[in-house]
Write a protein that binds this ligand. Structure first.
Ligand code: 4NP
Length: 160
């Protein structure tokens, strides 16, 4: 089976999508799918290009055993070619991705992160940037739920 590639996308690529990448990285290792699936993250915009993940997100991640290594970058047209799935965190991300996609074929790769959740009934991963500490923990809770669902879907496909 062809190796799958997944791009996680949020607004600034310093909070939600780097966190999604780290949660997914751990789950892929635990399920021995690391060699089958490649992952990356990007932002809809490049305001924070070249920066490490937000210090608050890194701190909350670290408290739960995650390390955030990614450096912020904006999504490119090439990403729509390169990745099999492009997963946005909220309505704005999805709308930006639909607008930036270079073709109808590329638009078909766009997904919503919360569609993979099973323990939480939510329709977006809330942007924690302007909020308090609870928002960062909620991001991790929701992403752990969504990434587990995504892994389940990928492992089913892997067996097909
Ligand atoms: P993210 O969070 O999209 O989860 O990385 C944000 C990061 C930066 C800004 C907003 C949200 N900002 O306005 O700079």
């Amino acid at each position: 089976m062809k190796k799958q590639s997944i791009l996680f996308v949020c607004l600034g690529n310093i909070c939600r999508s780097p966190m999604a990448e780290s949660v997914m990285d751990r789950l892929l290792a635990e399920t021995q799918l690391s060699t089958e699936v490649s992952i990356d993250s990007a932002g809809c915009y490049g305001y924070h290009e070249g920066e490490r993940a937000d210090a608050r997100m890194r701190q909350h991640a670290s408290a739960r055993g995650y390390k955030l290594n990614s450096i912020s970058r904006p999504i490119t047209t090439d990403d729509f070619e390169k990745f099999d799935l492009i997963i946005g965190m909220d309505d704005n991300n999805i709308a930006d991705l639909m607008r930036k996609a270079p073709s109808a074929e590329a638009q078909k790769k766009i997904r919503r992160m919360t569609d993979y959740c099973s323990a939480h009934t939510v329709d977006h991963i809330p942007d924690p940037y302007y909020g308090g500490a609870d928002g960062f923990d909620l991001v991790i809770d929701l992403l752990e739920d969504a990434c587990s669902g995504l892994i389940k879907q990928l492992s089913t496909r892997q067996k097909e």
